[in-house]
Write a protein that binds this ligand. Sequence first.
Ligand code: NOJ
Length: 556
Amino acid sequence: MTTEWWRSAVIYQIYPRSFADANGDGMGDLAGITSRLPSLQALGIDAIWLSPFFTSPQRDAGYDVADYCDVDPLFGTLADFDAMLAEAHARGIRVIVDLVPNHSSDQHVWFQAALAAPAGSPERARYIFRDGLGANGELPPNNWESVFGGGMWTRTTDADGTPGQWYLHIFDTTQPDFDWTNEDVREEFRRILRFWLDRGVDGFRVDVAHGLIKADGLPDYTPPAEGGSMGGGTALEPGITAEAPATPPYWAQDGVHEIYRDWRSLLDEYSGDRILAAEAWVDPLEKLARWVRPDEMHQSFNFAYLETPWNAAALRTVIDASIAAFRSVGAPSTWVLSNHDVVRHASRLALTAENLQGHGIGPKTTGLPDPVVGLRRARAATSVMLALPGSSYLYQGEELGLPEAIDLPDDARQDPTWFRTNGERYGRDGCRVPIPWEADAPSYGFGPSARSWLPQPADWAHFARDQQVDDPDSTLSLYTDLLRLRREHALGLSELTWLPGYGDDIVAFQTSGGFVVIGNAGSEAISLPDGAEIVVASSPVSDSILPPDTTVWLRA
Ligand code: NOJ
């Protein structure tokens, strides 16, 4: 049996802005994370992944990095990072940091130097500057649209005040894309990797790992209307397609792979099983598996799984396809239901109208979820996920059953998506609201003050951790039980066998870890097998009748 920890790990995503605020300024910080590590140890996760805490103007919540090797004062200092890392390691929790290589902040010294330098200079060659089209260069170099809405190009102004070249940004204007064909860029990122590896991190989650290389000549491209903003599908459609869709010229170009091979050999110089995990929204799974070939990354996020609705047939298909695709290259499958870019699954799984990834939901969205149905399905879906072989990602707050915050006031929203689409897309703020720890404390114990960078819903007290920790029926207790059983029975390393004889609406499988897992995604109750011994249930089960939207683990 293999000992590589990441093949079966449960990795908990911390969104530092919203996890715990030690100094009371309304913004989470590293010292806050350190203080709350005992709760994560009690939950029973193996590792944490921290979204960016680096020096940043925070135009995209830290995914706009101005200095890759320092901590933004909002979150603390490098010493705070070292203290957090040491405390996590002392508690047996590994730490993965976010690497953002596709683009920097426009405040990065390199980009400032590029703006100050003339067209054709080495400074400009680290980014993607081009002359505009039209008689006076007044048109952007091509028709690409930013993930956040609006164009993918911004025109610069030369020192004498005249309009100059344009630069490319897949995301916000303040996030210029690096030119990864430039050796300067490659060398700088080797330095950044070493900086954090030398500090002792256990790996990197690689942001936009399908975006670094653009097709030669930057040809025009119009994406299909039904695509999600990061290149995936919609939240209500089965997340896998039979055939590869046409590859956009800014996603999933073959040239990215040599970069990851280079990084893999760099990581392999370090002891201790350090990992690279790709944030790559690539369809289909067979293609995504190229990111985790033996000499590339270790893991890739499985967004096909995340985008699969609570539908048994679709789940069986995506689970089989995931295991097969990743196994074909010797990698574990990963599984994920929520993160800081998608509608939380306690809301998403009960949406009744199509909702594209990245668009978010708000008060005027059609098909808003019934929160009771949503939480019930979320608990059932997580109970399926945590029995699957491979590695699972959790997103802070899902263990509390948090729904998406739908009613955020317009003037509180901060996602660039909201601004760049003039409010047409709500964006991702609703899944980023600071999480509740104590029902009766200001900001529900997020920090010592009542401040919170996004307003917390008035009815969140019952989600607070202190309300759930001693309640055996709480979502927190369900997660804690699932994680304990998963670990005790090595389910992450198990084999899955589908069980015949259940209806189309049922997900039923046996794991070599000793459990039969039955999830009812239909609308009718079913009978459980005679003599079934229920070890854990996502919602109450009586008289061996499994109600809709419920998953049980039975002793095999
Ligand atoms: C993916 C990150 O998860 C998202 O939050 C961010 O906005 C974009 N990449 C740009 O870095």
